[in-house]
Design a protein around this ligand. Structure first.
Ligand code: SPV
Ligand code: MG
Length: 553
């Protein structure tokens, strides 16, 4: 992995140029690999290359353009910025002819430096240029003194003393011969170039070797053996060549890969056989630096949402719903055109809770593609909720919420719970009398104090959950099925459940979340109460499901 994440700023503005200078001036033969966008730049770095060649041919081709200055230099600059952000190794930019005269060259150098580009290579042709392998001999060369002026102007403009300027000699390409090549190289060296890129379109290195022989390394030499690729690399090493540029091979290999993929998918109208050949999407995410973003979210997003995970109990059938739940669990009964659980997932997501975990049981296969982490419950008994939770012990960690797959709620319910920093917190509906009228199962609660305007700032705690109204206790509300825990709270709960599992004589059958809340209170844990009124719906019956279809409208 890269030591610097995507889109982060370089540690020091000038380190890339210093590195490129070192590469160019070192006596070792170094290799620059072509890249044409952020992704390929990152791949080049991961492969181990020390520097990147931002090829004009490849950048223009990847934009669907010709290598004839069809892309403006500011468009190229934009691509370079992505490349620079995506990599930590130096980039030598193919600056074509400098995109204009000496004045454009000055601006170019300044703009490249501001993107932390390490150096630029300019060639002695005329703007607009064409690729050296297209009608090379018919391309006019720049006047030597004018080109020297460009080099000097670039030198004068650079802010960072290490910024590298490479002068590219096109004398062989234009068919002007060795004498002209050496003359030009000499002049460009005098003008202040850091290295000479000598180019040749021959299929053998004869021109290049003739130049190297004559030149005797008066200034470091850079080569692009695209055409004379059969030359053993050691031949360059023997002649003390400074750098070799593999100029377009990422672009060309991506073209062959894309052509093969398109041809296959077009022919087969199916993805099966291509899947084995292409990288998994997880590799795309890795290259994009998803891990770094996940870490950053933990660090920078308000603690509440992004650091909180939810565990949703969706393992019961919900017999009360009769026909509706023969082939699916209650959580998958459709309300307003989509399953209850989807409404719940959306509410969580819109509240910023993205780590969603679901315990499935009855007709668990229906939950296969809901985009949450799934756990298989060892029970489908409605009352044995804690036993069901025990199947997801590993998620009882960090800030978290436990709730039900049949309870619809507005996002602010979650937001309010997330704002509460207590180790345990529950949401209590003060309109408990409404549910009493509906003749349904409900968890009524007794709290340390009733909801009142007077005690608005006082903290309220849960004393007991009771499902039987007959015993005459004062009721302060109805538990809405949400238990919010801090990391400490989750740890206490996890240990408690482990203890229950280990304790052979503890019967988890029929032990529900209400009983768990009571046990937590009995053990001396404070459970904070947050009072609210309405804005949730417990779908226990067909009537509830119908009511749910108008919920939130
Ligand atoms: C490029 O990669 O754009 C180059 C090298 O300039 S070449 O295509 O060989 O001219
Ligand atoms: Mg080029």
């Amino acid at each position: 992995m890269l030591d610097r994440p995507v889109n982060s700023q370089p540690c020091s503005l000038f380190t890339k140029s210093a590195k490129l200078r070192e590469i160019v001036e070192s006596s070792e033969l170094c290799f620059l690999m072509e890249a044409h966008n952020g992704l390929s730049a990152r791949i080049v770095e991961e492969a181990g290359f020390e520097a990147i060649w931002a090829s004009g041919l490849s950048i223009s081709a990847s934009l669907g353009l010709r290598d004839s200055n069809e892309a403006t230099w500011t468009q190229v600059l934009e691509v370079l910025e992505f490349m620079s952000d995506a990599s930590t190794i130096p980039i030598l930019v193919d600056g074509d002819t400098g995109y204009g005269d000496f004045n454009t060259m000055r601006r170019l150098v300044r703009k490249l430096e501001s993107r932390d580009i390490a150096g630029v290579c300019i060639e002695d042709k005329c703007f607009p240029k064409t690729n050296s392998f297209i009608r090379g001999t018919s391309q006019p060369l720049a006047k030597i003194d004018e080109f020297c002026g460009k080099i000097k102007a670039g030198r004068d403009a650079q802010q960072n003393e290490n910024f590298v300027i490479v002068a590219r000699v096109e004398a062989f390409i234009a068919g002007w011969g060795l004498g002209e090549a050496v003359k030009r190289a000499e002049a460009y060296m005098e003008a202040g170039a850091d290295a000479i890129l000598m180019h040749s379109a021959l299929r053998n290195p004869s021109e290049i070797f003739a130049f190297l022989n004559e030149w005797q390394n008066r200034l470091p030499v850079v080569l692009v053996p695209t055409k004379y690729f059969t030359t053993p690399t050691d031949e360059f090493r023997k002649r003390d060549v400074s750098c070799v540029i593999w100029a377009n091979h990422n672009l060309r290999s991506s073209i062959s890969a894309m052509q093969a993929t398109c041809e296959k998918i077009f022919r087969e109208q199916n993805l099966e056989s291509i899947e084995e050949v292409v990288v998994p999407v997880s590799e795309v995410f890795r290259l994009q630096g998803e891990d770094e973003l996940a870490d950053a979210e933990k660090k920078f997003l308000p603690a509440a949402a992004s650091n909180t995970r939810a565990l949703i109990l969706a393992y019961t059938r919900g017999e009360e719903m009769g026909e509706l739940t023969v082939d699916r669990p209650k959580a998958m009964v459709e309300i307003n055109g989509k399953p209850l659980l989807n409404h719940i997932i959306e509410a969580y997501r819109s509240a910023g809770v993205r780590d969603l975990n679901v315990i499935r049981g009855y007709r668990g296969e229906c939950l296969e593609n809901i985009g949450c982490t799934l756990f298989n419950s060892k029970t489908i008994d409605r009352r044995s909720e804690v036993f069901a939770v025990s199947s997801a012990l590993e998620v009882l960690e960090g800030n978290m919420l436990i709730s039900y797959g049949d309870v619809l709620f507005k996002k602010f319910i979650v937001t309010q719970l997330l704002d509460c920093e207590a180790d345990f917190a529950v949401m209590i509906d003060t309109a408990w009398r409404n549910s009493r009228n509906r003749n349904r199962f409900a968890d009524y609660v007794v709290c340390s104090r009733e909801s009142s305007q007077v005690g608005f700032y006082e903290e309220v705690f849960l004393k007991r959950v009771i499902s039987d109204l007959a015993n005459g206790s004062p009721i302060h509300g109805e538990w809405m099925g949400f238990l919010k825990m801090s990391a400490t709270g989750a740890e206490i709960l996890r240990k408690l459940i482990v203890e229950m599992i280990d304790e052979n004589n503890f019967n988890m059958e029929g032990f529900d979340m209400a009983a768990l809340l009571n046990l937590l209170v009995e053990r001396g844990n404070e459970i904070r109460v947050i009072y609210t009124t309405g804005n949730w719906l417990d779908c226990d019956s067909v009537a509830d499901a119908v009511e749910g279809s108008t919920f939130g409208r």
